[in-house]
Write a protein that binds this ligand. Structure first.
Ligand code: NAD
Length: 378
C-alpha cells in the first residue's frame, strides 16, 4: 500500500508531515512512501534525502495513494481528486472546516484529525497537540528573551550585580510549562498562573512560583480548563494586574478547547508595564490572551513590545516536523495490520473499535463519525 506525503499549501507553513529519518519506519512496515516534490523544503529536507531514505518523489502523489499524510488539511481541490476509500491523517480543526468535512464525507475519504487523538496514556506517543505545544512554549520563552533588552539571569560581576528578569507565564498547560522551564533554564525568576488546581503543583515542580488568586478553579472535562464567566474574568484581571505590572516579560499561553482564547490582559494592564518590557502572546491567532496582540506582528502598547504568535511551531520547522512525523507514524502503525502470507506488504486497516482510532476519525464510509461535527452539519 502507498503512503503519500503532501506538500503543504497553507501560506507560511514550513513543517512537513514526514521527515526522511522516519521514512524507514513506514517502509519497514511494508508501505511504499511517495513524497510530493519540495514537501520537506521548509523544514530543510530536500527531495534527495527522501530518496536516500527509501521514498519515491512524485508529482501529485496522492492520486493513487491509500493514505495521505499532511500537517494541515488537504485542499478541497485535492480531496475531490482522491480515490474513494483513501485515508487522510492531518490536523483537521473540524469547527473551522465544515465544508471540507462535507467534501471528505461526499468523496468517501476516511479522515483522521490529529487534534482528536484522545489524550490517554496509550496515545501519548501520537499526541501532536502536546508535541507542537512543547515547541511553541520553548519558542515563546526564546522570543521573550530575544526581545528583552536585558539579561534573563542574575549576573554577579566585579562591576556590580545585575538582577534577574521577572517573567510571568499565564496558562500552564503543555506550552506554558515548557515556557516556564525554558525561562528558568535561562535564569529568570518565573511566576505563573493557571485556572486549573492541578497546575499549581506542576508550576512549582518546574522551579517557578505559583501565583495563587482567591478565585475558584475552573476544571472542565478531560483535564482541560472551563471557560470563565465575564465576572470571573474581570476579577482575575484585577488580581493579576500587579504581577503583570512587575514583570519584565509576560508570556501568555491560555486556551479553552473549542473556544476563542480567553482575554486575560487588557491594553490598560500592558500600559502599566515598565519601559522595555515585552509581552509574548502564543494565543494571538485564536483570539488573543492580550488585547492588541496581532498574529505575526510586534506592536507597541504603552512601554511594551507585544509579540503575537502565528504558526509558532512552524518557526522551528525541523524539530516541530520531526515530532509531528513521529506522532503520525505511531498513529499509522496502530492502524496497520501485517499483510499476511509473509509477503511483507502493509495493510492499512483501522480497527474502529479501538478508542484511539474511533476518537480521531472524522469521516469514514461516506459518513461523518465525529458526532459534534455531524450535528453541526445537519
Ligand atoms: P490547552 O492548550 O487547552 O490550554 C493551555 C492552558 O491554559 C491550560 O493549562 C488551561 O488550564 C489554561 N487556561 C485556560 N483558561 C485560562 C485562564 N482563564 N487563565 C489562565 N489559564 C487558563 O491545554 P493543554 O496544554 O493542551 O493541556 C491541558 C491539560 O491537559 C494539562 O493538564 C495537561 O497536563 C493535560 N494533558 C494530558 C495529556 C495526557 O494525559 N496524555 C496530554 C497532554 C496534556
Amino acid at each position: 500500500m502507498r503512503i503519500a506525503v503532501a506538500l503543504e499549501t497553507r501560506t507560511g507553513e514550513t513543517r512537513v508531515a514526514l521527515v526522511p529519518e522516519l521514512v524507514g519506519k513506514l517502509t519497514g512496515l511494508g508501505y511504499v512512501v511517495v513524497v510530493e516534490p519540495g514537501a520537506g523544503a521548509g523544514a530543510l529536507h530536500d527531495d534527495e534525502e527522501y530518496v536516500a531514505a527509501g521514498a519515491e518523489v512524485l508529482e501529485e502523489p496522492w492520486l493513487d495513494a491509500d493514505v495521505v499524510v499532511s500537517v494541515n488539511p488537504l485542499d478541497a481541490s485535492v480531496v475531490r481528486r482522491l480515490r474513494a476509500g483513501t485515508a487522510t491523517v492531518s490536523f483537521l480543526p473540524v469547527n473551522q472546516s465544515l465544508d471540507l468535512v462535507a467534501d471528505l464525507r461526499d468523496c468517501d475519504v476516511t479522515s483522521f484529525a490529529m487534534e482528536l487523538v484522545p489524550r490517554i496514556s496509550r496515545a501519548q506517543s501520537m499526541d501532536a497537540l502536546s508535541s507542537q505545544a512543547l515547541v511553541s512554549g520553548y519558542r515563546c520563552a526564546i522570543v521573550a528573551a530575544g526581545l528583552l533588552r536585558r539579561f534573563f539571569p542574575l549576573n554577579m560581576t566585579a562591576a556590580g550585580t545585575v538582577p534577574p528578569a521577572q517573567v510571568v507565564v499565564l496558562g500552564a498547560g503543555v506550552a506554558g510549562l515548557q515556557a516556564i522551564a525554558t525561562s528558568k533554564r535561562l535564569g529568570a525568576v518565573v511566576k505563573a498562573y493557571d485556572v486549573r488546581a492541578a497546575a499549581a503543583e506542576e508550576i512549582r515542580s518546574m522551579g517557578a512560583i505559583a501565583i495563587e488568586l482567591e478565585l475558584e478553579t475552573l476544571e472542565g472535562t478531560g483535564g482541560y480548563a472551563r471557560e470563565m464567566t465575564e465576572d470571573r474574568a474581570a476579577r482575575q484581571r484585577d488580581l493579576l494586574a500587579p504581577y503583570i505590572a512587575d514583570a519584565d516579560a509576560l508570556i501568555t499561553t491560555a486556551a479553552v478547547p473549542g473556544r476563542s482564547a480567553p482575554l486575560l490582559v487588557t491594553a490598560e494592564m500592558v500600559e502599566q508595564m515598565k519601559p522595555g518590557s515585552v509581552v509574548v502572546d502564543l494565543a494571538a491567532e485564536s483570539g488573543g490572551n492580550v488585547e492588541g496582540a496581532q498574529p505575526g506582528k510586534v506592536v507597541r502598547v504603552g512601554h511594551a513590545q507585544v509579540w503575537g504568535g502565528a504558526n509558532v511551531p512552524g518557526q522551528m520547522p525541523g524539530p516541530a516536523s520531526r515530532l509531528y512525523a513521529q506522532n503520525v507514524v505511531n498513529l499509522v502503525t496502530l492502524m496497520t495490520r501485517s499483510g499476511g502470507e509473509g509477503d511483507g506488504e502493509a495493510l492499512f486497516a483501522p480497527d474502529f473499535d479501538d478508542e484511539i482510532v474511533a476518537g480521531s476519525c472524522v469521516t469514514h464510509g461516506g459518513a461523518i463519525r465525529h458526532e459534534p461535527t455531524r450535528a453541526a452539519l445537519e
